[in-house]
Design a protein around this ligand. Structure first.
Ligand code: NAI
Length: 252
């Protein structure tokens, strides 16, 4: 797919990887529809995209809310007249151990922490993919869907909720690629390792140091390196049903 004038939706486009991917796609001439919870962050990201001379619009939306996702996709289809791409990027962390002994008391991961991570990272991707793909079929503008998984999909200590969600994202990517190919829609994923964004900079410095020491390339990844991979997936029409691992060689 040549990205010039294509309409691409990025969820969680207000900051971090979402915003950097959106700006990179804008620099290649794509038109952007950015979804996020926070209108202020969305407005700043939209301005950064329109600075590249393309059309970009903000859609405040909680990706875990079915009605909000249906409304957002309907508005995007109406505003742009087409949908050619979607990046399911919105995600949250609620790290914690399943069980942890603290001051002789057994602390448990709360059901709320489990559910909220599954709701945003996995169910959000399901809802956005379903609605965006339906619009692509209805509007006869087939395109490409990219799901952001994670190196943690292999299972990572302290992240049972996040690892399960990201493994689900990877499995759904393969399933949807098989189901949607008949409509001309490709579905692929990216599994980043540790990338410098607001999400990871919130980690404790000693934890960050420990993680970086274990990466063969001895540094965290940069958001622009993930954006480069997203553009590659959009542009290469034979890339389908796979998860591109971008982690500096780190293995979980
Ligand atoms: P971030 O926390 O910097 O940005 C996430 C964005 O998603 C925020 O703007 C936030 O407002 C938005 N968001 C959160 N919940 C939402 C919801 N319910 N509806 C709509 N928007 C929502 O995170 P970052 O680092 O940019 O991560 C982006 C994606 O990449 C996430 O899916 C994350 O799990 C994944 N990832 C990040 C890695 C990293 O090292 N930064 C590594 C592997 C995966």
């Amino acid at each position: 797919m040549n990205l010039q004038d294509k309409v691409i939706i990025v969820t969680g486009g207000g900051q971090g990887l979402g915003r950097v991917m959106a700006e990179h796609l804008a620099s290649k001439g794509a038109r952007l529809a950015l979804l996020d919870l926070d209108l202020e962050k969305l407005d700043a990201a939209v301005s950064a995209c329109t600075a590249h001379g393309i059309d970009a619009r903000a859609y405040p939306c909680n990706v875990a809310d079915e009605i909000q996702v249906i409304d957002a996709m309907t508005s995007i289809a109406r505003d742009f007249g087409a949908i050619h791409g979607l990046i399911n990027n919105a995600g949250i962390l609620r790290d914690g151990f399943l069980l942890r002994m603290q001051n002789e008391t057994l602390a448990k991961m709360s059901l709320n922490d489990w559910r909220s991570v599954i709701d945003v990272n996995l169910t959000g991707g399901f809802l956005c993919t379903r609605e965006a793909a339906a619009k692509m079929v209805e509007l006869k503008t087939p395109g490409t869907i990219i799901n952001i998984s994670s190196i943690s999909r292999a299972g990572n200590i302290g992240q049972s909720n996040y690892s399960a969600a990201k493994a689900g994202v990877a499995a759904a990517t393969v399933t949807w690629s098989k189901e949607l190919a008949r409509y001309g829609i490709r579905v692929a994923g990216i599994a980043p390792g540790f990338i410098e964004t607001e999400m990871t900079l919130g980690m404790k410095p000693e934890a960050l140091e420990r993680v970086t020491a274990g990466i063969p390339l001895k540094r965290m990844g940069r958001a622009d390196e993930i954006a480069h991979a997203a553009a590659f997936i959009f542009e290469n029409d034979y890339y389908d049903g796979r998860i591109l691992e971008l982690d500096g060689g780190l293995r979980m």
